[in-house]
Design a protein around this ligand. Structure first.
Ligand code: IMP
Ligand code: MG
Length: 174
């Protein structure tokens, strides 16, 4: 089966506009504060890098690598492959994700991070696929809402490939 990535869903220009809009909202909401930004590896590495360079508040950048899997409980389980390097107690924390799909990963991550008693905890995602949601998770900052398609580029991968595309493309299997 061949993989076709010719179909561009979001152009690089649209991504830049999205970055300007989302960073302006964050700069407005956190004015006078400082932020701990948690990029979720690996998919959010490019979005995190682009976003933090547009922030005007003092920022600590950290990363986590997590995955969710279905356990015997319906809520699922969270596996932390790489944990934070900083303590987030009493900090304003912003989780930066590449895409929210079912919402399972972020719902579980939020639950875990709340136990560490941050002052606030919000979610910013580059892309949102609300049609596939199985939780009530709603990102506080959403870049671009996309249809129910599997996308790659701008950090998002298929089996580790295509993260380097500057635009976002739909994967078609032929
Ligand atoms: P969720 O737990 O179902 O919300 O899925 C979260 C993870 O699945 C995301 O952080 C992505 O890594 C991956 N994912 C979901 N949809 C896509 C897609 O269209 N392209 C690439 N990765 C995706
Ligand atoms: Mg991810």
């Amino acid at each position: 089966m061949a993989i076709n990535t010719d179909s561009v869903l979001v152009s690089h220009e649209e991504i830049v506009q999205m970055l300007d809009r989302v960073s302006a909202q964050i700069n407005h909401d956190y004015e006078g504060k400082s932020l701990v930004v948690i990029g979720i590896l690996t998919g959010a590495f490019i979005f995190t890098a682009d976003l933090v360079r547009r922030l005007e508040v003092p920022v600590i950048v950290d990363f986590m690598q997590v995955s969710s899997y279905q356990g015997e409980f319906s809520t699922g389980l969270l596996k932390i492959k790489k944990d934070l390097s900083y303590d987030i107690k009493d900090k304003d924390v912003l989780i930066v994700e590449d895409i929210v799909d079912t919402g399972r990963t972020l719902a579980l991550l939020k639950e875990q991070l709340y136990k560490r008693e941050p002052k606030s905890l919000k979610i910013c995602t580059a892309f949102d696929k609300p049609s596939r949601r199985v939780t009530d998770l709603k990102p506080d900052y959403n870049g671009i809402t996309i249809p129910d398609e599997f996308i790659v580029g701008y950090g998002l991968d298929l089996d580790g490939m295509y993260r380097d595309f500057a635009d976002v493309r739909i994967v078609r299997k032929e």
